[in-house]
Design a binder for this molecule. Structure first.
Ligand code: PDD
Length: 288
């Protein structure tokens, strides 16, 4: 049984309980993070925590933990869950807290609810395009809200889009806005490759500022052998791309080989994925 953290206490996950009047439960009123640890080594720990602190400030949840206190809490939780000998994701959740009534207005003087637990994650994929796992996606218009840069626990919009891909036997669903421009996937950021150039949509309110996306961009730029651009990507470009990838803390860089049942390129993982994944793998632990 894994050990969880709830409001200052470490306890077995099955014993963690909150009130049904918690605003996270009633309204999805909270912020969350998912942070990967491989054999006890985190990827992007500080940017993940910083993104959460930014999100909490943006929705005016007053959580007084500092960056250093978060690092200590999460490192303790990893240690209590034998993180040195396995790969773990840490889920971190801060809701506005438990009120005495259900009222949309932000209540005053409630203490935020802090809940964290760990779960097993897969080994990284081999850096070999003949052996790595392939992914397929569907596409649909992005019908979520206009604040996708906030990592809100209110995920119904994302869940409904994810389910569309999942129900038809696919791994994800790529989303486009009303201008037919790629935004991201329901739980991932997205990249295309055309003529050797990697292109990803700009970071604005239409996408989550993914930490994996950031590490990919920064490490590719630092290494210097692959050109990478952040710009608007049309769905026509997605459908005619040589390669398409999705990224997240749990999937790292995942190659898409079919979109809506149609092959991407020749339907196999491309050479730029292999090179980019090698660059990312060499750099990922430096980003903590
Ligand atoms: N999903 N876009 C969305 C909508 C996401 O939910 C996620 C992460 C990402 C990738 O962000 P990052 O690289 O920081 O993980 C992009 C997490 C893993 C989840 O909801 O479980």
């Amino acid at each position: 049984m894994s050990t969880a953290y709830l409001n200052g206490e470490y306890l077995p996950l099955s014993e963690a309980k909150i009130s049904p009047l918690d605003r996270g439960f009633l309204f999805g009123d909270g912020i969350y993070e998912v942070i990967p640890y491989y054999s006890g080594k985190s990827v992007g720990l500080i940017p993940h925590i910083q993104r959460m602190i930014n999100g909490l400030a943006e929705i005016e949840i007053n959580c007084d933990k500092t960056l250093e206190q978060w690092i200590t809490l999460l490192d303790d939780l990893i240690a209590k869950n034998d993180g040195a000998t396995q790969n773990l994701g840490v889920y971190v959740h801060v809701s506005r807290g438990t009120d005495v009534i259900r009222n949309h207005a932000y209540p005053e003087n409630v203490t935020p609810t802090i809940f964290c637990f760990t779960f097993g994650i897969k080994d990284p994929e081999p850096i070999d395009r003949t052996q790595a796992t392939t992914y397929t996606v569907t596409t649909t218009e992005d019908l979520r809200w206009k604040r996708c840069h906030i990592k809100s626990t209110a995920l119904l919009g994302n869940v409904m889009h994810y389910q569309q891909g999942h129900a038809s036997g696919n791994n994800e669903c790529l989303l486009y806005n009303s201008n037919n421009e790629l935004t991201e996937g329901s739980s991932v950021n997205a990249f295309i490759v055309k003529d050797g150039v990697v292109i990803t949509p700009i970071q604005d309110n239409q996408i989550l500022p993914g930490i994996t996306r950031r590490i990919i961009i920064d490490s590719i730029k630092a290494e210097g052998s692959i050109k990478i651009e952040e710009r608007t990507v049309t769905m026509d470009e997605v459908h005619s791309a040589d390669e398409v990838w999705i990224s997240s803390s749990s999937k790292e860089i995942a190659p898409i080989v079919a979109i809506d049942g149609v092959n991407v390129g020749n339907g196999k993982i491309g050479p730029v994925w292999e090179k980019a994944f090698a660059i990312y793998t060499a750099a990922k632990f430096n980003h903590s």
